[in-house]
Design a protein around this ligand. Structure first.
Ligand SMILES: [Zn+2]
Length: 139
């Protein structure tokens, strides 16, 4: 009788062990599948990220080029104004933009080309670039 009980207990333990092994195997297979799926998704995300990085760098390069062109255009415009346009507030002098802040801050000033300011009898302030005066004297 004892031998039979031991055999039944042994069979039960072996059966339980077999169930645990099968269950563990199923879990292991599922885990590997999930790991494989996760790795695939990660590869996909890394590929998309690399694609976005490439697009970002291309856009950044185009933006820098446009910014450079815009900067060059603005610089040329400002150089034109610095070379040809003067500001005449109250008084008898003409000035370059930025000579002193109160000229434009007051809002009471006129804007002329250099030759026109000279024709009207205005004289250059010390802020006027001597090259501007030489250029106009040569004309
Ligand atoms: Zn001035």
């Amino acid at each position: 009788m004892k031998h039979r009980v031991r055999s039944i207990a042994l069979i039960c333990c072996c059966s339980l062990l077999l169930v645990v092994c099968c269950f563990s195997t199923v879990l292991l297979i599922r885990s590997r599948k999930e790991l494989s799926d996760t790795k695939y998704n990660l590869d996909q995300l890394e590929s998309r990220f690399a694609s976005y990085q490439t697009s970002y760098k291309e856009l950044e390069k185009r933006y820098d080029e446009l910014l450079l062109k815009q900067d060059e255009k603005l610089t040329n415009t400002l150089n034109f104004y610095d070379d040809y346009i003067v500001i005449v507030p109250k008084g008898n002098c003409y000035h370059q933009y930025g000579c002193y802040d109160s000229i434009t801050a007051s809002g009471e000033f006129d804007v002329y080309e250099v030759f026109e300011a000279r024709e009207r009898g205005y004289v250059p302030c010390d802020c006027i670039d001597p090259n501007m005066i030489l250029r106009y004297n040569q004309q």
